[in-house]
Design a protein around this ligand. Structure first.
Ligand code: KIV
Length: 275
């Protein structure tokens, strides 16, 4: 007996089909409650390993574990109904071999119910991407600035600022597209390069600080909401929730100190007595 769900989610092939068409709206989310809010407006929700920095206050994404990704991936699946949920493979969970990558990606798909995974790296990951895709794992690739390589890069600086670096980033983008990735995140590259990469491949490019020439955009939700202490320069702020939360908490603290809050007598009046 098959159990059909009434939830019709977007799939990796749906996103692939959006190349050159309506821009693809993507945001990160790590929780059921934010997933519920963004699901209505987003085509893709990424459970990014940026959760290590945003939720846990880590300096980099390197310490993030597969268990952390699975836990939050599951939460985002519970909170959403419509968007394609993509879960990041964390550092150390896919680079050693294509078999390691497949086994861990299969675990993420099985244990979260998400529709795709994301891996960082260009040409060096092409064989692994092809191996996973051939075995039923939809893969979103990630080139340009790849934050998991922070210890070899030395900083989170934009990539391709010199034209001499463009050929390498273009080869990376073409390699992951040819390997079968259904889309590719391009992070922190100059506008003309973002445009060139988008024209070079038949899969959608999802930019983050990579120009409006890409087929879609992704931002870290907390960055665009004004909740992150440090935000990359290219991020447009759509809210100032940090200030709003601080004000609400200050008002609450003042009410508690002044005993100016409703007690149970207002909520559950004693029977036979006036509230
Ligand atoms: O981890 C993440 O949130 C990401 C996005 C910034 C693309 O990889």
């Amino acid at each position: 007996m098959s159990v059909q769900s009434d939830i019709k989610r977007l799939t990796a092939p749906d996103i692939f089909a959006r190349k050159g068409a309506e821009p693809i709206v993507c945001l990160t989310s790590y929780h059921a409650h934010t997933a519920r809010l963004v699901d209505k407006y987003c085509d893709v929700i990424l459970v990014g390993d940026s959760l290590g920095m945003v939720m846990h206050g880590l300096e980099t994404t390197v310490p993030v574990t597969l268990e952390m990704m699975i836990l939050q991936g599951h939460a985002v699946m519970r909170g959403s109904r419509r968007a394609l949920v993509v879960v990041d493979m964390p550092f150390g969970s896919y680079e050693a071999s294509k078999e390691q990558a497949f086994m861990n990606a299969a675990r993420v798909l099985k244990e979260t119910g998400c529709g795709a995974i994301k891996v960082e790296g260009g040409a060096r990951m092409a064989e692994t991407i092809a191996f996973m895709v051939e075995r039923g794992v939809p893969v979103m690739a990630h080139v340009g600035l790849t934050p998991q390589s922070i210890n070899t890069l030395g900083s989170f600086r934009a990539q391709g600022r010199e034209e001499a670096d463009w050929a390498r980033i273009e080869q990376d983008t073409i390699a992951v597209a040819e390997a079968g990735a259904f889309s590719v995140v391009i992070e922190a590259v100059a506008e003309p390069l973002g445009r060139k990469l988008t024209a070079a491949v038949r899969i959608p490019t999802i930019g983050i600080g990579a120009s409006a020439a890409c087929d879609g955009q992704i931002l870290v939700l907390e960055d665009m909401l004004g909740l992150s202490p440090r935000v990359p320069k290219f991020v447009k702020r759509y809210g100032d929730l940090g200030l709003g939360i601080e004000k609400a908490v200050a008002d609450y603290a003042a009410d508690v100190r002044a005993r100016a809050f409703p007690g149970p007598e207002h909520v559950y009046p004693m029977k036979g007595k006036k509230a």
